[in-house]
Design a protein around this ligand. Sequence first.
Ligand code: TV1
Ligand code: CA
Length: 409
Amino acid sequence: SPSCPDARKRRVCYYYDRNIAGVDYGESHVMVPRRVDMAHALIRSYRLLPDMARLRTTPATAAEMAAFHDAGYVDLLRDITPEAFVSGDGEVARRARGFNVGEASMDGGGGRYIDNPPIAGLWDYCRSYAGGSLASARALAINWSGGMHHACRGCASGFCYVNDIVLAIKELLGSFSRVLYVDIDVHHGDGVETAFVDSNRVMTVSFHQRTGDFFPKDRGLVSHVGEGEGQYHAVNVPMSKGMDDDGYYFGLFKPVMEKVMAVFKPEAIVMQCGGDSLSGDRLGGLNLSVAGHARCVGFMRSFNTPLLLLGGVGYTVNHVAACWCYEILTTTSFQFASSIIYIIVQFTAVAIGKEIEDEIPKHCYDSYYESQGHKLHYAVDKKLKNDNTDYYIKTISTKVMRNISRLEA
Ligand code: TV1
Ligand code: CA
């Protein structure tokens, strides 16, 4: 089929957890759970659901989380509630803040916000998205999930509580000797890089915006290459604002990933496909189109190496929903949206392989797509200045390629 040019026969397995879609980070928080339901509704409106089987998962247990996280932190995640946080003598709130849950930050404009609030149903939310990623890893198939790349061993960070990616990679290391992690979320994948910083069995590659204090501050420099046994197994590709499709893909992504594949020869790949690198994102400043984002995903799939695809987040919800829906159509394999929707593709049965309509079908969230003219492929920002000059791109890619070359025998 034209929408899936390199498709072999594939069976697509899809999982959607309505309960996670209802998780509320707080009224003014940038993490909008509704985007998940929007993506699901869009996928349904394109009539893709009948082409996929539903994936069954079980919630992750505390013991499974402890494969990466500190037991004390996992206990906190299980115990904390919004009520406990505000009641009593403040002891619970103090304990939570020690794990960066409920800790206030400044927004730069003098306002305060809480990245990782003690949300209602936090434990079930974490169990559900982490369980989804574990099931996906165990199925040894292509799958999209979670992608909560900032969570640390002993603390929450950047809206992430449990690092489902680290758990999934650890699971894969049980069956594969080398696992590659690729991260196209606009933020640096710090939690995953740190977890495997001294490992030569996991190579982490993050593409991200690196301007000023952009989160996570001071992370993701080209010179950060890993430590000890893991030296040159961390790859970082920092960018300035306004990066467009061709600079991203032809200037950086394709040459870097080609080299990584040739040198590291992974047996399995985990890819985090955050939708915040898309043009017009509320937090991110890059300028990728839906097609440009999907091209990176398609490139990684073209190696036909077992691939676990994870979603992550995006802050302009109509853009993200459109992007993920398109990537389902074109890659026939997706799990995304804070591990809310899981799709496993196996190389055994029939692919979706449907023709893609640019016109978004009429459905319940129709009005959200008005600003993009009801088109799946909305227009990128033509007026946004691209701060990444050809010279900058060349310089960065040369340095990155030189680092990777150090692994060549
Ligand atoms: C509540 C209400 C929370 C409004 C958070 C933007 C808000 C942000 C909010 C926000 C916001 C961040 C920091 C500074 C850490 C702080 C896994 C030292 C308008 C997907 C996480 C970004 C990105 C965290 C997650 C960042 C992901 N940016 N309004 N918070 N302190 N936090 O900078 O990678 O996309 O912004
Ligand atoms: Ca990234």
